[in-house]
Design a binder for this molecule. Sequence first.
Ligand code: BG6
Length: 485
Amino acid sequence: MNTKTNRGTMNPFPERFLWGGAVAANQCEGAAREDGKGLSTADALTGGVFGEPQIPPRGFYLKKEAIDFYHRYREDVALFREMGFRVLRISIAWARIFPKGDETEPNEAGLAFYDRLIDELLESGIQPLVTLSHYEMPLHLAEAYGGWADRRLIEYFLRYADTVMRRYKGKVRYWLTFNEINMILHAPFNGGGIRGTAEETDKNVLYQAIHHQLVASAAVTALGHEIDPENQIGCMIAGSPIYPLTCSPDDMIEAMQKDRQSLFFGDVHARGTYPAYMKRYFEENGITVKFEEEDEQILKNTVDFISFSYYMSYCATADEKKNVQSRGNIMSAVKNPYLKESEWGWQIDPKGLRYILNQLYDRYQLPLFIVENGLGANDILTEDGKGGLTVEDDYRIDYMREHLLQAAEAVRDGVEVLGYTAWGCIDLVSNTSNQMSKRYGMIYVDRNDDGSGTFERYRKKSFYWYRDVIHTNGESLTEETAASK
Ligand code: BG6
């Protein structure tokens, strides 16, 4: 078995591999109150994921206008087309469709926006991949119901899903239910509209909310299949493999347990039932989750594929003294001494992508979709020598190349990978820290943390690089590495 990167051998990406990018409504659209949209939980997190929600949000906040995708989507889709995207992961802002969340009739003007966007994508030869809830829900549901802790949200979410799945029948084939569903454990308001930090929140409330989301996700999976048997419905998990810090058996057990905190979500979605290990976890932590009679049956509606974001791996140790934390994507954990970090302290581990692809495929034998990956960095706009402006983002190219080469290794290992959507393919507002300056895009957007800027778009060096990767179906990755030997 080869443990080294097998560079230079044949290109393994299947012909139909879905190359593309990913954005989320609340981080790119702006138009926070336009055409009848209600406020969402994302609007209230004006200071980032860990800030105190500002209800209602007052004054300036970046997401209010974001990158103005709501008005500029045509220009942006044209740029995605130029890069050759086969897929764009978008999300629908629930509060555009049901401004308060508990209405019975949808907001037609909100739907009309997604009609235009989805049609524009299809006319450009780009397939939409739609997340139903990407870190947002109508703010009213958080305020009046306490978010997902209230079971009635299942009904409201189903009504919303039913509305958009019927509307886009035949146009949207790939659907995701909740973005990074496991992250509610670490940021309950961001993931579930529940006030308070993860530490403050009663675990009974948290796991009850999680249960409601899992039931809602399974019910939407059933509904989506009923509306159109062609629909492919997946769950979405923040994927961060956990390595034992040392080969001490105690560290190994610690890593297994930490890993299961996230794998639990995949296990329910893929196997249709709670895994056995959760029984012990619930007992030992005094947690009771209330199941209604129909829940066991509903959960049996398992997903067609598993999607996940991948930015980093973590370590786990049973030794308190070695517990040096690294910052991370919402969750933080023990630092790996072998890895470098991004400017935001996220540990960079391309091989972790090969590892997690294998881990999830071994566990579920379901197709996998890498729906987020990328490098958040401070970019500097410079002259391109042709009278225009660009960003020389070789660091981003290196990051993406190394990760894609590892995805290629996983494909060689036999893992079925449906596609890869680069996170924040156009610069957008960051989720954790609410900054514009943490840029992921291959397209630069002239907007700054203080809200200044023209909203102009500029192609970065990575734009042309990714265009080549897509045009060659990944072949250029192996050619580049062979040439650099
Ligand atoms: C994921 C989210 O957590 O990571 C995205 O699904 C987010 O919404 C992305 O933007 C990158 O995180 P950040 O905090 O750098 O924007």
